[in-house]
Design a protein around this ligand. Structure first.
Ligand code: ATP
Ligand code: MG
Length: 361
């Protein structure tokens, strides 16, 4: 492993629910990589989500934004919980998630769905459908119906109406397409653009822009798929996909579906890039149903740290070390409850799983 010249800085935001639990091994791993001289890195911690609302009245306090601006990358656990569901939208933990993504300008959410061969038996799908699965969902993250205006609940002639607006501009589509094509060049050179162009105007434009940006990438294959078909193809024949690029809402749904192919939501990491600072987080939420029980799977969190090394610190070597350590532990038969199945030798909790990975480093 090589040594870094400049010290990098990362911000740790454990958040709510299982967030702080799955963050446990992360600090140990960072500590180890720094003290053993593999990377020059400093980190600080900040508040986000429900815990931030509890302590400061805001889910995304200015202090957290300032810290993020000083850092090269942000690693986030999860936010939210039933305790906060009744709060007005601006105070809800989920608002903080959208807020920090927006602030960092991280418009491209990468969700790799790679099947560790050791987990092929724990999926509900047949091994021949998912063996060697390795696809990447690229989800547009700062536009679309999650942000479109008008939005709100209005009363119209005595009838309440909930409003959201799906909107995409040409530059927003073009830049996410470039991320997808660039990634495809480092992989199997195939992009599937997912839309609903038979029904939605935003999707008609999406498809047009995809075709036009594709002209810059003649070496990459581009195909289009309607989102309903893509949802079906993901469970029928997921290995046909290399890079799947889509908008905010469709990407949210399809990446959860892709997650299930690989065994568990507890295995999948994500990277949000494209802005000045990358944001890395597991795709799972705060999982209030299992929080505080030491049973959450910390591997998605550890794999998110691997993505941080890969995309924000350009340390492919360290990303590889982490991914290999995870794989070794799986090979030895250790599983958290969410990934138990064929090949399981011992069920372990969050802390033990974290320390097993740590000892593989
Ligand atoms: P959000 O809206 O934040 O995505 P959610 O309620 O949709 O939250 P999660 O919090 O991810 O979704 O939980 C979905 C299910 O997956 C829950 O049953 C939860 O216990 C389980 N789950 C989520 N993360 C993990 C994990 N790391 N390990 C084990 N199970 C998990
Ligand atoms: Mg969810």
């Amino acid at each position: 492993m090589q040594t870094e010249k400049n010290t990098k800085k990362i911000l740790l935001l454990p958040g709510d629910g299982i967030g702080p639990e799955v963050f446990g091994p992360v600090r140990d791993i960072l500590e180890h990589l720094v003290t053993s001289g593999h990377v020059r890195l400093e980190w600080e911690e900040g508040l986000i989500g429900g815990i931030a609302t509890d302590r400061t009245g805001l889910p995304l306090p200015p202090d957290t934004i300032e810290k993020a601006d000083r850092c090269d990358a942000v690693l986030l656990g999860a936010v939210g919980g039933p305790k906060y569901d009744a709060l007005p939208y601006e105070k809800r933990p989920e608002r903080a998630l959208l807020g920090i993504r927006e602030h960092l300008g991280a418009f491209a959410n990468l969700r790799p769905a790679r099947l560790f061969p050791e987990l092929a038996g724990s999926s509900t799908l047949k091994p021949e459908i998912i063996s060697d699965l390795d696809l990447m969902v690229v989800r547009e993250l700062t536009g679309g119906i999650y942000f479109g205006k008008p939005r709100g609940i209005v009363t119209d002639q005595g009838v309440r109406r909930g409003i959201n607006t799906e909107t995409y501009t040409e530059p927003e589509i073009a830049r996410i397409m470039r991320v997808a094509f660039d990634l495809a060049r480092t992989r199997r050179k195939k992009v599937t653009s997912v839309d609903k162009a038979n029904v939605l105007e935003s999707s008609v434009l999406w498809r047009e822009v995809a075709v036009s940006v594709h002209k810059e990438y003649p070496d990459v294959e581009l195909s289009h798929m309607y989102v309903d078909n893509a949802a079906m193809q993901l469970v029928r024949n997921p290995k046909q996909f290399d890079v799947l690029v889509t908008g905010n809402l469709f990407g949210d749904i399809l990446s959860d579906e892709a997650a299930q192919l690989t065994g568990s939501i507890g295995m999948l990491a994500s990277a949000s890039i494209g802005g000045k600072t990358g944001l890395y987080e597991p795709i799972h939420g705060s999982a209030p149903d299992i929080a505080g029980k030491d049973i959450a799977n910390p591997l998605a969190m550890i794999l998110s740290l691997a993505l941080l090394f890969r995309y924000s610190l350009q340390r492919e070597d360290l990303a590889g070390v982490l991914e290999q350590s995870v794989q070794n532990v799986l090979k030895e038969g250790y599983r958290t409850t969410d990934i138990q199945g064929a090949g399981t030798k011992k069920i372990v909790g969050t802390r033990e799983m974290g320390s097993l990975v740590f000892h593989e480093l």
